[in-house]
Design a protein around this ligand. Structure first.
Ligand SMILES: CSC[C@@H](O)[C@@H](O)C(=O)COP(=O)(O)O
Length: 352
């Protein structure tokens, strides 16, 4: 059975509480946008695509039981709720792009006199529900394109070793995953000898979540500490690094989990291909380059404690940026549901 971070049926939404993983698997109900905002902000759900899907579904659940006097009231309601959801976490762009799409749908429907208030409400709900399905289809396409591209650049016909960072799998998406989707595809084609996953300090998405998914799916995997990446590349044959993205700028600069940038630098030094796997819903065509990306800074408690146990010296000050930006020049390819692009080819995709 595949892992499911998001369970949605008949307008009832539950999410797997990722703060409790890997020791406890517990689903919690999300009954409205406030619950959605809190779950995203506390990182009970995380990962750029999952943040947008849960945020939007929390709105769908709230909308379902509400009635509106006019289409203007409905549009104002969803605009306010969506703009609130965007404030839950600032770096991933997916929630913002979903907001723009839903508001422009609202503007279109409000002008159409054949559409009733109820039609408009149901149309929002149906559009949001489709996000779940589309994310899985997109991830499978990412997996196929990515595995083909990686394999086309290796001479061996046998299994290869890859490295990934953070969690980009079923827990970060509607299912299958982006970078982890590429790894799943390599594995299902019997071309994966081993995936190495980093612990991903300070929140440990790699040790807690990616390792959990890999063990659950019987994928050959080895956990390493973040500071072992250079040693790994100098002592083992790593064919590629595949990571996800929270926001890709138009020039290909990519914000992803803190530590991604240093892995890209080390990969360049060792001549290892470095791929970003991300759906178009993670590409921000309004940002020309990575220096315009807002980087979320999180509580120092994530660094100074493990659970309730303090591990850092009392009184030390901390800096805890949750993401960093990998410059486009370090990226071999951006794997999307429409194919694999060089960073400089990305802009052209928005002119088609
Ligand atoms: C498919 S998930 C891609 C990214 O969102 C992922 O790599 C990542 O950085 C997640 O960060 P997180 O802070 O856990 O939300």
């Amino acid at each position: 059975m595949t892992l499911q971070a998001i369970k949605y049926q008949n307008n009832i939404l539950h999410i797997l509480d990722q703060l409790l993983l890997p020791t406890v698997s517990q689903y919690i109900p999300i009954k409205d946008v406030n619950d959605g905002w809190n779950a995203i902000n506390k990182m009970q759900v995380r990962g750029a695509p999952a943040i947008a899907i849960v945020g939007c579904l929390s709105l769908a659940v709230e909308l379902y039981n509400k009635s509106f006097d006019s289409k203007n009231d409905l549009l104002e309601f969803i605009t306010n709720k969506l703009n609130y959801l965007i404030t839950s976490r600032p770096t991933a762009v997916n929630m913002k792009l979903a907001t723009d799409d839903l508001i422009s749908l609202g503007n279109e429907l409000s002008k159409d006199s054949s559409v009733t208030v109820l039609d408009m409400k149901m149309s929002f709900i149906a559009t949001i529900e489709k996000m779940l399905e589309k994310d899985i289809t997109d991830n499978k396409a990412i997996g196929d394109y990515g595995s083909k591209d990686i394999l086309s650049n290796v001479s061996s016909k046998g299994g290869i070793c890859v490295l990934t960072h953070c969690n980009t799998g079923s827990l970060a998406t509607a299912g299958y995953g982006t970078a982890l989707g590429v790894i799943r595809s390599l594995n299902s084609e019997n071309r994966l000898e081993r995936v190495y996953c980093t612990e991903t300090r300070p929140y440990n998405q790699g040790a807690r979540l990616t390792a959990y998914e890999l063990v659950h799916d019987n994928i050959p995997a080895t956990l390493i500490v973040d500071s072992m990446v250079a040693a790994l590349m100098s002592s083992k044959k790593i064919s590629a690094v595949v990571v996800g993205a929270d926001r890709v700028a138009l020039n290909g600069d990519t914000a992803n989990k803190i530590g991604t940038y240093q892995i890209a630098v080390v990969a360049k030094y060792h001549g290892v291909a470095f791929y970003v796997a991300a759906p178009f819903t993670s590409i921000d065509k309004n940002i020309p380059s990575g220096n315009k990306i807002v980087i979320e800074e999180r509580s120092e408690k994530e660094m100074t404690y493990i659970g309730e146990c303090r591990i850092a010296a009392d009184g030390i000050s901390c800096w805890n940026p949750a993401f960093d930006v990998t410059p486009a020049e370090l990226i071999t390819g951006i794997i999307t549901e429409r194919g694999v692009f060089k960073p400089k080819e990305l802009e052209g995709q928005f002119k088609l």
